[in-house]
Design a protein around this ligand. Structure first.
Ligand code: AMX
Length: 426
């Protein structure tokens, strides 16, 4: 058994008891009301979910288990996964044990590569990644144990097994997708002595003479790891998992949501927009030029990608972390310099539009330019990087919700006919 398993086994009974106590004593207290606008408007702001791994206060940004993101940017992704699952950072021994667990589980089965090879050559990398994950479902320990008749209180254990296997394999799988989809040559074998993100960087095969690309991957994996429970990918994963579909089904479903242009795909749109700016003005534009370009984008009915957020009302701390990385590693790169200039100018343009609730940059405004700097210019791959990281959040959320025995999701829907009758009578 892994140290992570033992740690969870030690904390889960009291956590379960605490939650059962809360429901027993306070189960009828009202947390939230729902307006007609919210019912039609993506349930924005309705408090109807519990997620213990992280939260996103609108005025602070990502807080993982009570720790603000800015205190965690120098950690390894494995440490973040441990924190997400247990609520504490790992000791040195815990970290070494988790790394060993991931290293020993990291072989992607051969049939997965065959499935991917059979897909059309121009398939979207996200479709390839999600197909690869779904193909691996036959490996699910949860499904086997469930079929054998496991007790409900033990559900979390095979869910943890599946999660560790999936996390160990998602990086070689994703690296394989990169090399296959973009004709980069044969897959690169994993180096077992590297940490998870550095090994991913190695298997991608992006030239990295300074080691800064590996550093970027470490940071990237930490920053995208989790973002509470209501975003499309986390919520989809949770919803599918609540039917006791195993980790492979649930994570692949969640990542299909991440593939949408308003969610994880925004990073590729954002870099596209930045490069368009760069091309049009032959380098970094002046403030006036940029102001006009942003206005033209809005006037043509498009969004300025990388700006705005459903929850945040400040500059996303994940943007701050990438911005700081760029300032340290590539301050003179014209694409990074354009991103920095956009940050100076665009919030004021967006502030003029009343309906926009958050004029500040989100994580996607800065991530693409750094990948581009290191020669990773295949935009359609960027959401795959996001996915590898976000799998940590999804897996930890699944383990935690299985641990306390969360119920299958089933909110109530109504027809517009019902809404019309309701508003008339109200
Ligand atoms: N540019 C132009 N218009 C914007 C805008 C932007 N950056 N951000 C919000 N708006 C518009 C919305 O489209 C909406 O218009 P509508 O009422 O005509 O449909 C209006 O302002 C109100 O939106 P909101 O309440 O401020 O935001 P939201 O919760 O509805 O949407 C988001 C949030 C992120 C989808 C939106 O800000 C957006 O489209 N941003 C650009 C795309 C982007 O950066 N996505 C990445 C999000 C982070 C992630 O998941 N990776």
């Amino acid at each position: 058994m892994s140290r992570l398993h033992d740690k969870l086994a030690a904390i889960i009974p009291s956590m379960r008891q605490e939650i059962q106590g809360i429901i027993k004593e306070h189960g009828d207290k009202v947390m939230s009301q729902v307006t007609v606008r919210q019912a039609y408007g993506g349930m924005r702001g309705v408090k109807a979910l519990v997620c213990d791994t992280s939260e996103v206060p609108p005025d602070k940004g990502l807080v993982i288990r009570g720790m603000p993101l800015k205190e965690l940017t120098d950690k390894l992704p494995e440490e973040i996964f441990w924190l997400l699952c247990t609520g504490e950072l790992p000791t040195k021994e815990d970290l070494a044990d988790l790394q060993k667990e991931l290293q020993k589980r990291g072989d992607v089965p051969d049939y997965v590569w065959k499935v991917l090879e059979a897909m059309p050559k121009d398939s979207h990398p996200m479709a390839m990644l999600d197909t690869g994950i779904l193909a691996m479902e036959r490996e699910s320990v949860f499904r086997k144990r469930y079929d054998e008749g496991i007790k409900k209180t033990e559900y979390w254990e095979p869910t943890l097994e599946d999660s560790l296997n999936l996390l160990a394999r998602i990086s070689p799988l994703a690296a394989g997708v990169y090399r296959m989809r973009f004709n980069k040559g044969p897959r690169i074998a994993s180096k077992k002595d590297l940490d998870w993100a550095a090994n991913y960087a190695h298997m991608l095969g992006v030239p990295d003479p300074t080691g800064e690309f590996a550093n970027l991957m470490r940071l990237y994996m930490v920053l995208h790891s989790d973002h509470e429970g209501g975003n499309v990918s986390a919520h989809t994963c949770h919803c599918v998992g609540s039917a006791l579909s195993d980790t492979y089904y649930a994570v692949s479903a969640g990542l299909n949501g991440l593939a949408g242009p308003l969610h994880g795909l925004a990073n590729q749109e954002c870099l596209n927009w930045t490069l368009m700016v760069n091309k049009k003005f032959n380098g970094v534009p002046s403030n006036d030029q940029l102001r006009q370009f942003a206005q033209d984008t809005l006037d043509s009915g498009k969004v300025v990608p990388g700006y705005g957020h459903a929850v945040l009302r400040i500059t996303d701390p994940r943007f701050d972390a990438f911005h700081a990385f760029g300032a340290r590693v590539c301050p003179d790169d014209p694409v990074y310099a354009t991103v920095a200039k956009v940050y100076e100018v665009v919030p004021d343009v967006l502030k003029q539009i009343q309906k926009i609730k958050d004029p500040w940059p989100n994580v996607d405004a800065a991530s693409g330019c750094l990948l581009y700097h290191f020669g990773m210019t295949e935009f359609s791959y960027y959401t795959v990087l996001f996915s590898v990281s976000r799998a940590m959040g999804m897996c930890s959320q699944l383990v935690v919700s299985r641990a306390w025995g969360e119920a299958i999701e089933r909110p109530k829907s109504h027809t517009t006919h019902w809404v019309k009758a309701f508003v008339k009578s109200a």
